[in-house]
Design a binder for this molecule. Structure first.
Ligand SMILES: Cc1cc2nc3c(=O)[nH]c(=O)nc-3n(C[C@H](O)[C@H](O)[C@H](O)COP(=O)(O)O)c2cc1C
Length: 166
């Protein structure tokens, strides 16, 4: 599958089969996350792989998220990235790394869904023992899709791009 095909194949998946994900595939997608670029290569990230069902249920506010056999929780250390002109780059570093992970999962036929809003950071922190040094940035369920959602609309090229000036 070429890169553009992969990018277009990926979808946010909100219904999962209970089938387990092979550990070698989890390691493969984590390697993709590990290879991401970051602010002065500081690699602010830390990932927690959660398979325990009770913990999965505890750390999200949506039942479907916990139905996937794995939840990957992405944490970032804000002191390990720049904060320039009130732009906290640890969020960007985490975004790049997690998107590497998500695309690698799609390549393996695995579903994911960025979860930024549907968790309570305090609850996740307590359940997983995340230290105060790190923020819980996002999480994603990981498992085999049990739905095939249609592609969602995107802005046109003309809405997204101008050449030379705004
Ligand atoms: C940073 C970020 C946070 C998101 N948070 C959530 C979320 O909390 N819950 C959810 O169901 N989807 C969430 N999404 C998924 C988006 O809704 C989804 O990417 C968008 O609707 C486009 O659909 P697609 O991913 O299938 O192309 C999030 C996506 C991003 C990039």
């Amino acid at each position: 599958m070429d890169f553009m095909e992969l990018v277009k194949k990926r979808r946010s998946i909100r219904k999962y089969k209970p089938d387990p994900v092979p550990k070698k595939d989890i390691e493969y997608i984590l390697e993709a996350a590990r290879q991401a670029p970051s602010w002065t290569n500081r690699q602010c990230w830390r990932y927690i792989i959660v398979s325990d069902e009770a913990t999965r249920k505890k750390i999200t506010t949506r039942e479907w998220t916990a139905e996937a056999p794995i939840i990957i929780v992405g944490c970032g250390d804000p002191t390990k990235a720049g904060n320039k002109d009130e732009k906290p780059y640890y969020m960007l570093d985490m975004g790049i790394s997690m998107e590497h992970l998500i695309l690698a999962a799609a390549e393996k036929g695995l579903g994911t869904c960025w979860i930024g809003g549907q968790f309570d950071e305090k609850v996740v922190r307590e359940a997983l023992g995340v230290p105060e040094s790190h923020r819980v940035v996002a999480l994603t369920p990981l498992g085999y899709p049990d739905e095939s959602p249609a592609a969602k609309d995107r802005k046109s090229m003309a809405e997204m791009v101008t050449w030379e000036k705004w």
